[in-house]
Design a protein around this ligand. Structure first.
Ligand SMILES: Cc1cc2nc3c(=O)[nH]c(=O)nc-3n(C[C@H](O)[C@H](O)[C@H](O)COP(=O)(O)O)c2cc1C
Length: 197
């Protein structure tokens, strides 16, 4: 059974790559490499089952977030782990985060602009790590914007009681996937330049 699953995973990676004009060698390494598999499998997931997300799994995701690089290693981030359904429903008041109403968890990635002018870039790296970690443990997640929209920043800050100097970059809405979302094929050779534009 395990062998069949590995074979299917390899085949789907090969199909993904051959459709993109990538070499068979690249397809083979993507099929064998757990990190690349996760990167290529990640997609935004907006529909969730009622299964709760374990607190230790959410902490693991935040650990992955904190493992991100940051300018001068300032780490100008903080994270709010949310499992309270009343809070998730409040997040869902914002149209762009409406899926939070039916989610079981969320991680709000916050930045401190007075700690670093690079806070938004650093926090984005942390957020991407969280998305990849979620994918790797079988969770579905989606980045929903806080920053730079003043009304969304205000709403999230009020709901969570964030300190004045803290800006919510996003709400990463999380749950066990209910649908059959698939990763999009974004490979575009026209956007790649070699040695010179
Ligand atoms: C900066 C940023 C802001 C986003 N904001 C939202 C949002 O507010 N609501 C939402 O449903 N998805 C949001 N997304 C998710 C994108 O819609 C999604 O990543 C994009 O459609 C590509 O799909 P994929 O993630 O499945 O590859 C955001 C993504 C990024 C990176």
């Amino acid at each position: 059974m395990k062998k069949i699953l590995i074979l299917l995973a390899s085949l789907s990676a090969c199909l993904m790559f051959s459709a993109c004009g990538q070499s068979e060698a690249a397809a083979a390494s993507a099929a064998e490499n757990a990190t690349l598999k996760t990167i290529f499998a990640r997609k935004s997931v907006r529909k969730y089952t009622p299964r709760p997300v374990e607190k230790q799994t959410l902490e693991l995701l935040v650990r992955a977030g904190m493992a991100a690089p940051s300018g001068k290693n300032v780490q100008p981030w903080s994270f709010v782990i949310v499992t309270d359904e009343a809070v998730l429903k409040k997040f869902g008041q914002s149209g762009n985060s409406s899926m939070a109403k039916d989610a079981k968890a969320a991680i709000v990635v916050c930045g401190n602009p007075s700690a670093s002018e690079l806070w938004m870039l650093d926090c984005s790296a942390a957020a991407q790590n969280i998305l990849l970690a979620a994918e790797s443990v079988g969770l579905g997640a989606v980045w929903t914007a806080g920053y730079p929209y003043p009304e969304r920043i205000k709403l999230i800050s009020e709901i969570l009681g964030l300190p004045k100097e803290t800006v919510p970059l996003n709400i990463i809405v999380i749950g066990y996937p209910a649908g059959n979302d698939q990763p999009k094929n974004k490979w575009d050779p026209a956007k790649v330049h070699y040695d010179k534009w």
